[in-house]
Structure formats: C-alpha cells, structure tokens
Design a protein around this ligand. Structure first.
Ligand code: PHE
Length: 337
C-alpha cells in the first residue's frame, strides 16, 4: 500500500510540474486532490488493512502525499497565473509612442472640452478644483444649504431619490445630487479658509429631455470663503471669468434673484459683443447658515458662491440648437468640434 501511495504521489507531482496553463492546473486539482482522485481512493482502502500499525503508517503516508500534492498545486497555480498575466500584458501592450497620423486621432467630447477649459480659466484666476460624490445625502444636498425638510425650494429640484438607507439613516434621504452646491459644504468641512475652489461635475434632475433640458447634465460650482469678501469681489470675479472664457468683447451683469443658500442672491448674465444678453447661472453671498453648517463662524468669515450649467454654456458658445445632441453618440455631431 505504501508503495502505491508513493507511486501515486510521484506521478501526480511530475504531472503537476508540467502543467502550463490555469485550465490544466484546474483539471489536475480535480484529478489529484479531488474526492475521486487516486489518493482519495487509496484512503478509502485504509479500512481493509488488517493491522493498526499498517493503517497508521499508510494513513500518515497518504496525508503526507496529499499535503505534497496540495502545495505543488498551489505553487503551480500561482506560477501559471503569473505567466498568463505576463503573456497578456505582452500581447495587449500598446505602443504609446506610435504615431498614427491626424486622420484617425480622436478628440474630447464637447462637454469635456468646455469642462476642461473652464477649469483652466479658473485655475488661472487662482482657484483649486474640488470634487464631491454624485450620490449625495439629503443633508449635503438640501439641509446644510439652508433648505430644511419641507422647504418649498426643494420642490424646484425634481429630485431623484435612491433606494439606499445609509447606516443609522432614514429611508428617502439618499439622492442623486441635484446641483454641485453640496460640494460647498464638503469643502468647508474638509478645509480651513481661505477657500478658493471650483467644483465641476455631473448633476441629476427628474426632467423630461427636450431641446433645453436633460435629466443628467453638468454644472460648475464656485466657492470663495475668506475674510472681508464682498459682493464686489463676486461681481469682479464673474466679469474676469467672462472676459477670460468668452473674450474681451463680452460683459457681465448681476440681477437680483433668490436662492436659499445665498443672501443676497443674483442671476448672472453675460453680454455678447453684439449687445444681446444671455442668462448663465446663479450666485450670491454665502448664507450665514451655510457657513455655520460648513463649520465656519459667519462673524469671522464671508464668501460668495456661483453655479452654472456647463452643457448650456457649451451649446451657447457653439450655437447648438438642441441640448440632446450633446448626449447622442452621433459622430457626425461630435466630429464638428
Ligand atoms: N445651485 C444653484 C442651482 O443649481 C446655482 C447656484 C450656485 C446659486 C451657487 C447660487 C450659488 O440652480
């Protein structure tokens, strides 16, 4: 019996050492270490041996053999997997230095182009880029922005709720963010002033798509918190941005408006060189309650915030008639930009 065991073990080890693919190792695992394997078969015959000593010796030999087979399989499996990975990396290698000519080279989507240019312009004005999650808590999206439960302004947002109850939280308190303004709160909680950030990102509202609306769109938020910030700083920043982004012939203006999270609030418009005005976004001085929710003392700090739609701005800049074009995958559209 012992010699059968040794022979089975040696045969298995030789075979395993020759396995060259993950599939082969898997097949051998069944063949040699499985319930129907040769060693398992020999184990079943232990009962037919007549002396206790013979049983003990054979049992020990089987255990040793099975252990050896198991570790050989483990070792081979790791080796073969590493080999397979190396081969894959080799065959899928891309030569990034290869020149493919201009005819086949792609470019960023119109939204991405606008997004990146906006970042460039604001970074040029001294802002940093901040980010926040697209799935938000009710608290960050509304409550901390001075829109408590039942606030009428919540109704304007056509919120998409998510079936997710956070640990210790209540149902119906997880939302797809309806604007980028929750990043104001996240930034204030994470950083000490002075704060000069912009936060571009995707936002969601339960809108039916039409020529000027999409349920998924992009906004860029701006937040400044420092000592002695005034409405004049806001107006100056908006104007500097307008000229840097659209060109020197463009102007901007603020019009009184209302947002729960800014006081006073304004809409800002930009004026084309031909004299016509376009409404671009909302802005205002950060409301004291919002500074407080962000962990800051409104007696010590003041700031302004603004937010506007990236897609809207891109279609205005390029004269696109229908915002839905931006999200079709029609190359005849995308290739124009
Ligand atoms: N979050 C507002 C919206 O989506 C825009 C805004 C941002 C207004 C910051 C004021 C200050 O309509």
């Amino acid at each position: 019996m012992i010699s059968d065991i040794t022979a089975a073990r040696d045969a298995a080890l030789t075979d395993i050492a020759g396995a060259s693919s993950p599939d082969e190792v898997a097949a051998m695992t069944t063949r040699y270490a499985g319930k129907k394997g040769e060693l398992a078969g020999l184990k079943k015959q232990l009962g037919s041996l007549d002396s206790i000593d013979a049983k003990k010796a054979a049992g020990a030999a089987i255990n040793e053999a099975m252990g050896a087979v198991d570790s050989a399989l483990d070792e081979r499996r790791a080796l073969v997997a590493a080999d397979a990975m190396r081969q894959q990396v080799q065959t899928e290698r891309i030569d990034l230095t290869e020149y493919v000519g201009t005819a086949t080279r792609g470019h960023a989507h119109l939204v991405t182009q606008a997004w990146e240019r906006l970042e460039d312009v604001f970074v040029g004005l001294g802002f940093c880029v901040a980010e926040g999650p697209e799935v938000e808590t009710d608290w960050h999206n509304f409550e901390a922005l001075n829109m408590g439960e039942g606030h009428p302004a919540r109704g304007e947002f056509d919120t998409l709720f998510v079936d997710h109850v956070p640990p210790g939280g209540k149902p119906g308190t997880t939302v797809l963010r309806t604007h980028t303004s929750p990043v104001q709160i996240r930034t204030m909680l994470a950083e000490d002033p002075p704060i000069y950030v912009i936060a571009p990102g995707r936002v969601f509202r339960r809108d039916t798509p039409d020529a000027t609306h999409m349920p998924v769109f992009h906004q860029i938020e701006g937040l400044v918190v420092d000592r002695g910030i005034s409405m004049a700083d806001l107006a100056g920043t908006i104007d500097a941005f307008t000229k840097a982004f659209f060109g020197r012939g463009w102007n901007s203006r603020l019009r009184p408006s209302y947002f729960p999270f800014t006081e006073p609030s304004a809409e800002f418009d930009i004026q084309r060189p031909d004299g016509s005005w376009i409404e671009l976004g909302g802005c205002g001085m950060v409301h004291p309650n919002v500074l407080t929710a962000g962990g800051l003392d409104p007696e010590e700090w003041s700031g302004f915030a603004f937010g506007f739609g990236i897609d809207r701005m891109a279609i205005m800049r390029h004269g696109v008639a229908d915002i839905r074009e931006m999200f079709s995958d029609d190359l005849r559209f995308s290739e124009q930009f």
